[in-house]
Design a protein around this ligand. Sequence first.
Ligand code: ADP
Ligand code: MG
Length: 314
Amino acid sequence: MDGSIKVKNLTKTYKGDVKAVQGVSFEVEEGEFFAFLGPNGAGKSTTVQILTTLVKPTEGEIFVGGINVKDNPEGVRRNIGVALQETGIDSVLTGRELIEMQARLFGFSKKEAKTRAVELLELVDLTGDADRPSGKYSGGMRRRLDLAMTLVHNPKVLFLDEPTTGLDPMNRKAIWKEIKRLNREEGTTIFLTTQYLEEADQLADRISIINQGRIVAEGSAEELKRTLGFDAIQLTFETTEEAEQASKVLYGIGENMEHSKEEVTIYTENGTQFLPELVRNLDEQHLSPKTINVKPPSLDDVFINVTNEEKERV
Ligand code: ADP
Ligand code: MG
């Protein structure tokens, strides 16, 4: 078994004709860090559940580590780790007990399970809290425990469904650091879902943006920004009236414009090249901006761009 993932034309329709996933295809190479980025209800969890053999697809072919999920779900399960979005961590058992239990499920002897628990607790920085009931853990500690439990059997592929949703920035960074390390140092393939643009931007080699069950964009963060993002030229004026006038003068320049109070923002490719023409046009109408600022494209713009487009088509 290698660490690759291959998905061809995956479809999942739930009862009541809920089309959760609609013809999704993608490939992840061994050792790659892949992110599924999408808003709530996009179909992320459904995809993770299908790829990890927990839910059956309506249609499509799925290979995890070269193994067909349909033919050999057990084989797939032995080689993957999964941290689901909704976890049912037992509140009375301690972190240590839960990891040991998980290790036993994967066939470790009692002694091996104890040793593995010590290692993993250290790894996710829970040694000090190992013998407290996990129900008393904070959100961040619980996610770290989740992560430790998925790592018991050294999986080749790790599936993480929104591992940092609801966490404060410090705990989020701690999780980021650990999964980055697993990917870089252990060569673990990572399939991560998130609704945080920054998370995908920071961590992933490649990103697929999923919306309403379909992949609407794919590429590295840089590629996505380059092909789908725009520079934002932000102009501020002394008064609302001036900004209003400016927005009329500049109407039609660039791809898109936003106007609120004293501020006008124009979205365009090659923002800096546009500046002279823009200033000239304003000058002709005796309008001079108080500040001008050109911002390179962000993944946020890309996201808004592709998810809005998709909505309009529906
Ligand atoms: P995400 O994880 O991106 O938020 P989900 O995969 O959980 O999205 O959900 C995708 C769509 O499928 C949503 O419309 C959701 O309501 C629906 N859905 C998810 N699970 C079920 C289920 N077990 N039965 C019926 N509909 C479901
Ligand atoms: Mg989800």
